[in-house]
Design a binder for this molecule. Sequence first.
Ligand SMILES: [Mn+2]
Length: 335
Amino acid sequence: MMPIPAVGDAPAYDVFNGDADGLCALHQLRLAQPRDTHLITGVKRDIALLQRVPCASGAAAMAVTVLDISLDVNLQALRAILDGGGTVRYFDHHSAQHAFPHPQLQLFWDDAPDLCSSLLVDRHLGGRYRRWAIAAAFGDNLQLPAAALARRAGLDAGATKALAELGQLLNYNAYGECLADLHYRPDQLYRAMQPFADPFDFIAQSEHYRVLAAGWREDGVRMHGLAPHWQRPGRAIYLLPDMPWARRISGPLANSLAARGGGDSFAVLSAGTDGNWVVSVRSGAPEARAANRLCEQFPGGGGRKSAAGINRLPASELDRFIAAFDRYFTLPSQC
Ligand SMILES: [Mn+2]
């Protein structure tokens, strides 16, 4: 049972990314330190979450826990909460170049490539709910570190696979343009996980797990039926229609194409409800042809060398994008 906050207690907020990593980071923490809190979360790409904490001036100091969203993106809201007398505990592995020391800020931050927020919480708790951390690491695409941790935890191949699937399903639920695209709002999904200290019980008993597994199968059939809109040797472009299922699988599709390896580059363009495209690009040669350099040629484009995107590509720019993509990723042997 969740303890009811005593009268006069400061309001507490848990602010977390709606993906597997955010969910499992919060879940581990609240299993260890139960507290009735207000939940603030959203779809996976909704990361400017801290500004949603109501900053009532003159209110008693609030306690805010933040999980798996970039400090840089939430800098202003973080400062406002601290300036208002609130305390913040922050676990994250995204960009935090503007991190600063503050007596009311406890920052657990590490962007090592084999870490995620759930693993930072796992470290903080001394591995107390490690199975949830392993599921999260799989969900956050950290296949090797997750498998290594599972081995060290004595899990056999079947159990490891079950946690990998759980992580994938929790992560899959967060993909969409808006909450209506998702099977469950991430705060609902978290509440469904809350009674389960052991993820294997969640897998065996939760209706939410069954719904996600069925949704994943259905969307997977649609995903595997997709043919590229445009294709040349070593590079392809996929167009996804303006449908909730398509917005749910855009991330998993990009991940599964990337997982094929082989040095291929590709773009997945999802039709937004506003008629424009949301573009995600993966480079098969990140050093020679950084994905972000292609995307930066378009307004709202950016990202990393291996994976980048364009937030809003006008429908009228589709042909220009395909031509630019083609030029950029043309294989040297064909020049
Ligand atoms: Mn993460």
